[in-house]
Every structure is written in structure tokens, then in C-alpha cells.
Design a protein around this ligand. Structure first.
Ligand code: AMP
Ligand code: TRP
Length: 322
């Protein structure tokens, strides 16, 4: 199954990224799976150059640490494959201003940035280019990316209708649990890399003490009943959802086992620690050898270009580029 997904090298990975994206990538990897660290997308964040460079290779290491195997799938850095930016330009000419104006993530981010740049606006077109360049059928992403996937589908269909069958129609795939982990302190807001909330986010680099403290202090409610119910008990439901996404059970089944919040929190903390400790150890070992990481992404970029180059040329020719 041809798969493509991408992740921005911004901030440091949190457990929402892990259960919503990284863990899924690892479990669905195969010879036809392409995963990229989208550094071109991260430019829209006005990130400092040294930080971007550092975080890009950091994310490569985290992705390997969470289970991607470069002998099985293709892992690469977006900017190493020139077709992404080139394809985005082609697709900007089949996307309307109105469509991009309706993107929720754009509206939210624009509100937070003074004098935001054009790249923030055209970001979803670059994402569509990432996907369509690989003839991807499945795009594993968290819940927040649904609208962008819909746009990619819309663009593919319009392009195919206007210029002839060129692109494969992709679908977004969300994990059944853990597609939207909420902030531990503010359970009505998604755990996010772009909003700083150290007590509300569990980072993959947190040590066991920090993890225990954050889960212990996670906001719940006062009615005292352990029940999976997002409407009335968002804090507790978030903990159950996180638990379920790590243990492979159903949130309701976990809720049925507990009568006290404290016991649930204690077991959840132990489960999170048990899941993250080996990942942290692998990350540190990988990060200690930057030359090996560079070699992995260099080979990844060659494999990625061999697939996306012909698709780019197919699209360029269909549009009439000589
Ligand atoms: P971002 O952190 O927004 O760059 O997202 C990177 C990937 O992680 C995307 O596939 C997101 O959908 C996913 N993701 C981000 N935040 C969460 C969250 N709180 N819960 C589940 N998945 C998430
Ligand atoms: N926009 C996605 C995010 O913020 C990252 C991304 C870029 C992506 N290109 C992609 C995800 C292609 C899936 C497929 O999470």
C-alpha cells in the first residue's frame, strides 16, 4: 500500500504526536511507505535557522527511535527532494484563494502571527504536493489534518478533470483511538507543539519523574466516577484515551476496571513511562551518530526522488510545460 505522511520539525515531539502519528507510521510501514520531515513547512513558523537545522535531524532521530526502519520504509527530508516545491507551484494554479482562506488551521495560526507571510497561506498546497507526488493512497495523520487532506483530494480531482488522469486519490487515515490527545491542563484544547504548555504536554524526552508529576496533576473533575465521556468528563476521558492508545484496549474497558482517579493515574503513568523509556534510550543512541543519520536521509531522498520525479514530470507535461 503506497503511504505518505509528513511531520514538521518544530518543537520537540509530545505524546500526542506519538500516538496520533509516529506510532501509526511505524506500524503501517512497508516498502511502499514514504515518510518525510517537512522542513519546508516549518519555514512558515519563522523558525531560527540554527534551530531548524538542529530540530530537523532531531526529528529524524525521534522517528527512527519510535520505530521507523529505513530498511523497510523510506525516510527523508522534504527539502532534499526538489519536486515538492516545484509541484506546489503547479498546484497553486489549480487551487483557489477562497479555498485556502477557509482553512481552519490557517485562520488560527494567522491570528497568532503578526504580519504572517504568504507561505502560511499556501502551506496546504505544499502538503497536497507532498501527498500527490507519491501516488499515495493512504495518509496517516492526526485528526487536525482532515481539512488539509480534503483539500488535497479536491485538488487531485480538479487536476484530473482538467488535465487528464494524473493523480491517485488519497485518503486520510486516523487511528481509532488517540487521534486527538488533549492538553493535560486544559483538556478542551489539543496537546500542541506550537502552544507552550509544559505541564499540559508529555514530551517524549521527559524523564519518568516529570511524566508521573504531569499525569498526577492532570485536570479531571470532582464527581469522582471513572467513566469514558468526552462531553462531561474531558480530562478523565483524555487520560483513558491515552491509556487505550498505549495498551491497545478500549477506553470503556479501562474505565470499568477503576473506581478511583488516583489509581488510574498511577497505572497510566507507569504505562507511559514503560512506553517512553526505551524510545528515549534509542533516541540518544541514534542522536550520538549524526553521520549515520545523514546517510539514512540521503538514501531516503534518492529513493523518494526516484518515485516523485516521474510524477512531477507527468503533471508538468499534462499542464503543458514544454
Ligand atoms: P503537529 O504537531 O501539529 O505538527 O502534528 C504532527 C502530527 O501529529 C500530525 O499528524 C498531527 O495530526 C499529529 N498530532 C499533533 N497533535 C496531536 C494530538 N494532540 N493528538 C493526536 N495527534 C496529534
Ligand atoms: N501539515 C502537517 C502537520 O502539520 C504536516 C504535513 C506536511 C503532512 N505535509 C504532509 C502530513 C503530507 C501528511 C502528509 O501535521
Amino acid at each position: 500500500m503506497r503511504i505518505l505522511s509528513g511531520i514538521q520539525p518544530s518543537g520537540t515531539p509530545h505524546i500526542g504526536n506519538y500516538v496520533g502519528a509516529m506510532k501509526q507510521w511505524a506500524s503501517s510501514q512497508n516498502a511502499e511507505a514514504f515518510y518525510c520531515v517537512v522542513d519546508l513547512h516549518a519555514l512558515t513558523l519563522q523558525i531560527d535557522p540554527a534551530t531548524l537545522r538542529e530540530q530537523t535531524i532531531d526529528w529524524v532521530a525521534w522517528l527512527l527511535a519510535t520505530g521507523l526502519d529505513p530498511e523497510v520504509c523510506t525516510l527523508f527530508i522534504q527539502s532534499h527532494v526538489p519536486y515538492h516545491a516545484q509541484m506546489a507551484w503547479l498546484l497553486e494554479n489549480v487551487t483557489t484563494f477562497g479555498e485556502l482562506s477557509r482553512m481552519t488551521q490557517f485562520k488560527e495560526k494567522a491570528q497568532r502571527q503578526e504580519g504572517y507571510r504568504v507561505g502560511l497561506f499556501t502551506y496546504p498546497v505544499l502538503m497536497a504536493a507532498d501527498i500527490l507526488l507519491y501516488d499515495a493512497r493512504e495518509v496517516p495523520v492526526g485528526d487536525d489534518q482532515r481539512q488539509h487532506i480534503e483539500l488535497a483530494r479536491e485538488i487531485a480531482e480538479r487536476f484530473n478533470n482538467r488535465f487528464g488522469e494524473t493523480f491517485t486519490m488519497p485518503v486520510g487515515v486516523q487511528p481509532t483511538v488517540g487521534a486527538r490527545i488533549m492538553d493535560l491542563q486544559e483538556p478542551t484544547r489539543k496537546m500542541s507543539k506550537s502552544v507552550s504548555s509544559p505541564m499540559g504536554s508529555i514530551y517524549l524526552r521527559d524523564d519518568p519523574k516529570e511524566i508521573e508529576k504531569k499525569i498526577k496533576k492532570a485536570v479531571t473533575d470532582t464527581d469522582g466516577e471513572v467513566r469514558f465521556d468526552w462531553e462531561t468528563k474531558p480530562g478523565l476521558s483524555n487520560l483513558l484515551e491515552l491509556f487505550a492508545s498505549l495498551s491497545g484496549e478500549k477506553p470503556e474497558a479501562i474505565a470499568a476496571r477503576y473506581s478511583r482517579y488516583g489509581d488510574l493515574k498511577k497505572d497510566l503513568a507507569a504505562l507511559v513511562v514503560e512506553s517512553l523509556v526505551p524510545i528515549g534510550a534509542r533516541y540518544r543512541a541514534l542522536r550520538a551518530d549524526p553521520a549515520a543519520l545523514a546517510a539514512i536521509v540521503e538514501r531516503g531522498a534518492r529513493k523518494a526522488a526516484a518515485v516523485s520525479g516521474p510524477v512531477y514530470r507527468r503533471a508538468a507535461e499534462a499542464m503543458g510545460l514544454f
